[in-house]
Design a protein around this ligand. Sequence first.
Ligand code: PMP
Length: 365
Amino acid sequence: MNTDISKNISSGVSKVKGYVPGEQPQTTDWVKLNTNEFPYPPSPKVREAIIEQLGADGAPLRLYPSPESAKLREAVAEYFGLGREYAFAANGSDDILNLAIRAFSDTSKSVAALQPSYSLYPVLAKIQDASFTQIPFNADMSIPYEKIFASSANIFFFTNPNAPTGIGFPEEAVRKIVEGSNAIVLVDEAYAPFSDWSAAGLVREYDNLIVTGTSSKGWGLAGMRIGWGVASPKIIEVLDRVRDSYNLDRLAQAAGVAALKDRAYYGRMRALVVEQRRLFEEFLDGMGWRYFKSSANFVLFEPANARGERGANVAESLFEFLKGMKILPRYFPNEKRIESYLRLTIGTAEQMAAVKDAARKWAQL
Ligand code: PMP
């Protein structure tokens, strides 16, 4: 039966266009540097933990997992040196962003974030029928504190390090935002493993602070969907009301615990990423191309062609050239302030050599 269901759609969802994630080619022949995954496999202990969890015959999968992901929360708390009552786990950190929006916004409680930042936030807010305010960064990409304080947001998202610029902000910046605003402040630390600090410890001091993290970027587990957050027990209690009863499966819970415990492995592997980032920034200096100094596992840079021209067309030209060589960066044609830039995830030494080689060829065209 051909029924018009549009009038049945909730008012928020009827106005929303779904979030479009970066391209995910399903073949392995790409140098895939568009969605900031880790270039190395997860710790071998993760694989062992998953196999152990499966048992000889997979029978443990018959049973529901721990509803609150108890062991994973313990591992998260231990990782950040907090009591377990401060920890939360979810199906990717996107899940926590969504839960936070559901818990802390509605038609009269608005959401705000800086612009540019993660473009999922406005989509989640609209689904909830909450109004969303984009607060532009200052021209030099510094934080417009007064505008944040003046916004009437009930929940404010602060991506640190920022995506897509990669700029990292220090502890004073987070303290200033949290202390100066009446909002719930969610610090999205998806990329913090590549910077030199985390705001997680501050949740002991501020009841209105949530700090989220993910295994997708710094732990090589984007395929598992494991995210976490830390916040005051008051906030955790609210998030617990909203989440699915079993929001993380057994395998994900076991994998997350094993990953968080293997600090030595990840310390080594992240150091390789940070070194490749340094070398890539050196390469950009050599090319004379502008970029934002990155505290994340990607760099946002503005290519210039052989004639010294920059702009959206120039960025698109390099994007297409790299794609032709099966190298996939991220290009944001609809984001005015960064339309002349490309964002490239930092890969292995081999992948980065391929990128530099291709970029040099393009620059001579
Ligand atoms: N926050 C930011 C800033 C991100 O870039 C991403 C990944 N696109 C996420 C959160 C979500 O990561 P995940 O859901 O894989 O944990």
